[in-house]
Design a protein around this ligand. Structure first.
Ligand code: NAP
Ligand code: GDD
Length: 347
């Protein structure tokens, strides 16, 4: 039987790396879209995208559209994970966020529509949209597939547009187009400027004596934090379902940012109060106070469930960061770079 082919936008990101690993383990031919960058941006996927592998990376950008790649590759499944994904940054670049995170999805959906109509693509091609709990914004928790959306950030608004376009194309053109409404999910591969990773990495540096404080914004925000490895399994299951649909993916448990930080400092045997500072510049113009997902539907229909709880997630991220930071400290070539950074001041 021919290998299934998948295209992943955002393959260089946290979820893209776990999803490609998962699809490779299932025997897929994986095609990833990467952006040209002045410094290498493939660190998360380098371990399994070696030049010998039958997997492929292509330059492309959601602002430009990837129509030609879709028509050439003729994938069975397209996972649209690419996005300007940082909520606070979206207030700085609202138009760009709308273009990439919102219109980027429409560019792909419409390429699929044209590809099917012109006989280039199989009508059964499946599309996954990486929708977000940020779309719920100020809606009272818990939030499910039936809750109202009240986004309060440019990112949340762009994601909600893409969510509705996915449903519109599903209904209007009978396309297999599904939304996963994923609540926050983290991992050792999480980008540094998201709060969990910022906390675990900085706390490890404090533990090793190379940084003296951690500066955060709103400590009272509540988030439902899961593990990216569990969530990409859900993403794949959503596209293997016998019909296109929309699913909330979450753990059903929430904690404040403060609780997450306290847990990390406690695990490292450090005094939270001694090291953590507040800076208003990390606050957003609008805050999303509380996200707590009700994922009963995906548990019932697809039999998905998370395997990593809050304590396991904290431990997993701290252990990985501690090992990495020790490696940097003990590696002579990296140490030169590290010293230079230290002289350059704090992050
Ligand atoms: P991430 O680590 O920030 O990765 C984002 C990916 O999008 C990166 O590969 C990035 O490429 C790529 N990208 C950015 N701008 C692009 C553009 N103009 N064209 C093509 N690709 C572009 O995000 P993630 O945590 O893996 O999340 C994956 C998706 O799920 C995103 O759409 C995110 O908004 C959504 N989501 C995430 C969560 C979460 O908690 N993690 C929850 C709900 C929804 P570079 O590496 O070159 O920057
Ligand atoms: N990033 C960051 N940095 N957040 C901070 C900080 C800080 O120094 N201090 C406090 N916070 C608070 C934020 O105000 C927010 O309430 C919470 O920590 C979580 O922030 P992030 O980790 O940046 O995540 P997010 O919830 O805004 O967005 C993430 O989850 C969404 C799903 O709900 C991203 O992954 C989005 O792409 C995703 O869609």
């Amino acid at each position: 039987m021919a290998k299934k082919k998948a295209i992943i936008t955002g393959i260089t990101g946290q979820d893209g790396s776990y999803l490609s690993e998962w699809l490779l383990s299932k025997g897929y031919e994986v095609h990833g879209i990467i952006r040209r960058a002045s410094s290498l941006n493939t660190a998360r996927i380098d371990p399994y995208f070696d030049p010998e592998s039958k997997n492929f990376l292509h330059y492309g950008d959601l602002a430009d559209g990837i129509d030609n790649l879709i028509f050439e590759i003729k994938p069975d499944e397209i996972y649209n994970l690419g996005a300007m994904s940082h909520v606070k940054v979206s207030f700085d670049v609202p138009v760009y966020t709308g273009d990439v995170t919102g219109l980027g999805a429409t560019r792909i959906l419409d390429a699929i529509r044209r590809g099917i109509e012109n006989g280039i693509l199989d009508p059964g091609v499946k599309y996954y949209q990486a929708s977000s709990s940020e779309m719920f914004g100020t809606t009272e928790p818990p939030q499910s597939e039936n809750s109202p959306f009240n986004p309060v950030s440019p990112y949340g608004c762009a994601k909600l547009y893409a969510y509705h376009m996915t449903r519109a194309y599903r209904k209007g053109y009978k396309m297999f187009a599904s939304n996963g409404i994923l609540f926050n999910h983290e991992s050792p591969r999480r980008g540094f400027n998201f709060v969990t990773k910022k906390i675990t990495k900085t706390a490890c540096r404090i533990k090793l004596g190379v940084q003296d404080s951690l500066t955060l914004g709103n400590l009272s925000a509540l988030r439902d934090w899961g593990f990216s490895g569990d969530y990409v399994r859900a993403i794949w299951m959503i596209l293997q379902h016998n019909e296109p649909d929309d699913f909330v993916v979450s753990t059903g448990e929430y904690h404040t940012v403060k609780e997450f930080a306290e847990k990390v400092f406690e695990y490292l045997d450090l005094d939270f109060g001694k090291y953590v500072r507040y800076d208003k510049s990390y606050e957003r113009p609008n805050e999303v106070p509380a996200l707590l997902g009700d994922s009963s539907k995906i548990k019932k229909v697809l039999k998905w469930k998370p395997t990593v709880d809050f304590n396991m997630l904290v431990k997993m991220m701290v252990d990985a960061d501690l090992e990495y930071e020790k490696f940097i400290l003990n590696s002579p070539s990296q140490a030169i770079f590290f010293d230079a950074k230290k002289k350059g001041g704090k992050k």
